[in-house]
Design a protein around this ligand. Structure first.
Ligand code: IPM
Ligand code: MG
Length: 357
C-alpha cells in the first residue's frame, strides 16, 4: 500500500474545521483506493503566534519541507490584526510559500451546473458555463518587494515595490503555456502594461515564450478590463496567467461567480516535487468554531493534491464527482443556501460527500 506523508497546517478561524473535513475525505478515499496517509500537524499563523510567539516557526518550515505534500486551512483573524507586519499571520503564509519555492498558484474556477442558480450573474451570461484556470505567480511582485516607511513630500509615507525578473516571468509563463496546452489551448496574460514597467517586461517575455508554444493562442488583457470581462463574459477565458497581486484579486472575483468563495481550491507548486494545497478563501473568523463553514474548497484542494502531488487520478476524480453529486442532489452549506433553504453544517456536508465516494 502506498503511504504519503502529509503536513497539516490547520491555521486559524475556520481553518481547523475545514482541514479536518478534508482529512476525513482523504482517509475515506484512501480506504477505497488502497492509499494510506500519515498526517502531521504543524503550527502556522495566529495559532503559532499564540503558542510560540511567531507566525511561522522553524519546525513548521522543516516539517513541510520533509512532507510529501502539505494541506493548509487558512490564517489570520482580528486578534492578530494590530501586530506589526512581520509578525502577522499572513506573513507566515507568504513565508511558507517562499520557503517551499511555490512560485505557481493554480486556481481553477468553474461553474458547477448544479450551482447555476447560486451564480450572481444573469442566466444568459452563464448559459454555456465557464471553466477557467488562473495561473497566479506566487513568490514575486509587490508581495515580496522592498517596502517600508519614509519621510515623503507630504510627511509620513509608506511604500511597497513591485519587481519582476526575467527568470520569474519566464518560469510562470512556461507553466501557463503547458497548462493551456492540456486544456482548450487559449491563454490570456493579464497585466497593466499601459502604466507599469513590470507589466511591460511581463508582456514582452510572455510573447517570447509564446514562440515555443505555437499551438497555444495567446492574448493580452489589461487587468481593469479583465475584471470587467470576468463578469461580462466569463466563458471567453480558458487559462489566465498573471502577477501575484492581480491573481489574488481576480481569483476572488472568479470564485464569487462560481456561486461562493467557499468552492475554490488551489494548488501551489514549485516546479519540482513540493506542493501546498489550500482553499483560496480566508479564515472567516465570524463563523469560526460554529460548524458552518463550507468545506468544499478544502476538500477539492485535497483532490488537487491527489492529482498533482501523487498522480492518484482515480481517487482525485472520485472526490470531485462526489462533490458534484452532493451539489446536484441539492445539498448546500450556509454560504450557498439561498432564501430559506436549509443549510448543512460543515460536518454534515463532509458526511454527505464521504457517503458518495
Ligand atoms: C490568498 C490570500 C493571501 C494572499 C493572504 C491571506 C496573504 O488572500 O491566498 O489569496 O493574498 O495571497
Ligand atoms: Mg486572496
Amino acid at each position: 500500500m502506498k503511504q504519503y506523508k502529509i503536513g497539516l497546517l490547520r491555521g486559524d478561524g475556520i481553518g481547523p474545521e475545514i482541514v479536518d473535513s478534508a482529512v476525513r475525505v482523504l482517509e475515506a478515499v484512501g480506504k477505497k483506493y488502497d492509499i494510506s496517509f500519515a498526517f502531521t500537524p504543524y503550527l502556522i499563523g495566529g495559532a503559532a503566534i499564540d503558542s510560540c510567539g511567531e507566525p511561522l516557526p522553524k519546525e513548521t518550515i522543516d516539517g513541510c519541507l520533509a512532507s510529501d505534500s502539505v494541506l493548509l486551512g487558512a490564517v489570520g483573524g482580528p486578534k492578530w490584526d494590530t501586530l506589526p507586519g512581520h509578525l502577522r499571520p499572513e506573513k507566515a503564509l507568504l513565508g511558507i510559500r517562499a520557503a517551499m519555492g511555490l512560485f505557481t498558484n493554480l486556481r481553477p474556477a468553474k461553474l458547477y451546473p448544479a450551482l447555476k442558480d447560486e451564480c450572481p450573474l444573469r442566466a444568459d451570461i452563464v448559459e454555456n458555463g465557464f471553466d477557467i484556470m488562473i495561473v497566479r505567480e506566487l513568490t514575486g511582485g509587490i508581495y515580496f518587494g522592498e517596502r517600508g516607511y519614509r519621510e515623503g513630500k507630504y510627511g509620513e509615507e509608506a511604500f511597497d515595490t513591485e519587481a519582476y525578473s526575467r527568470m520569474e516571468i519566464e518560469r510562470i509563463a512556461r507553466v501557463a503555456f503547458e497548462t493551456a496546452r492540456k486544456r482548450r489551448k487559449k491563454l490570456t496574460s493579464i497585466d497593466k502594461a499601459n502604466v507599469l514597467e513590470t507589466s511591460r517586461l511581463w508582456r514582452k517575455i510572455v510573447h517570447e515564450i509564446a514562440a515555443e508554444y505555437p499551438d497555444v493562442e495567446l492574448s493580452d488583457m489589461l487587468v481593469d478590463n479583465a475584471a470587467m470581462q470576468l463578469v461580462r463574459n466569463p466563458s471567453q477565458f480558458d487559462v489566465i496567467v498573471t502577477s501575484n497581486m492581480f491573481g489574488d484579486i481576480l481569483s476572488d472575483e472568479a470564485s464569487q461567480i462560481t456561486g461562493s468563495i467557499g468552492m475554490l481550491p488551489s494548488a501551489s507548486l514549485s516546479g519540482g516535487s513540493r506542493g501546498l494545497y489550500e482553499p483560496i478563501h480566508g479564515s472567516a473568523p465570524d463563523i469560526a468554531g460554529q460548524n458552518k463553514a463550507n468545506p468544499i474548497a478544502t476538500i477539492l484542494s485535497a483532490a488537487m493534491m491527489l492529482l498533482y502531488a501523487f498522480n492518484e487520478t482515480e481517487a482525485s476524480e472520485a472526490i470531485v464527482s462526489a462533490v458534484d453529486k452532493v451539489l446536484s442532489e441539492g445539498y448546500r452549506t450556509a454560504d450557498l443556501a439561498r432564501g430559506g433553504a436549509c443549510a448543512l453544517s460543515t460536518t454534515e456536508m463532509t458526511d454527505k460527500i464521504i457517503e458518495r465516494l
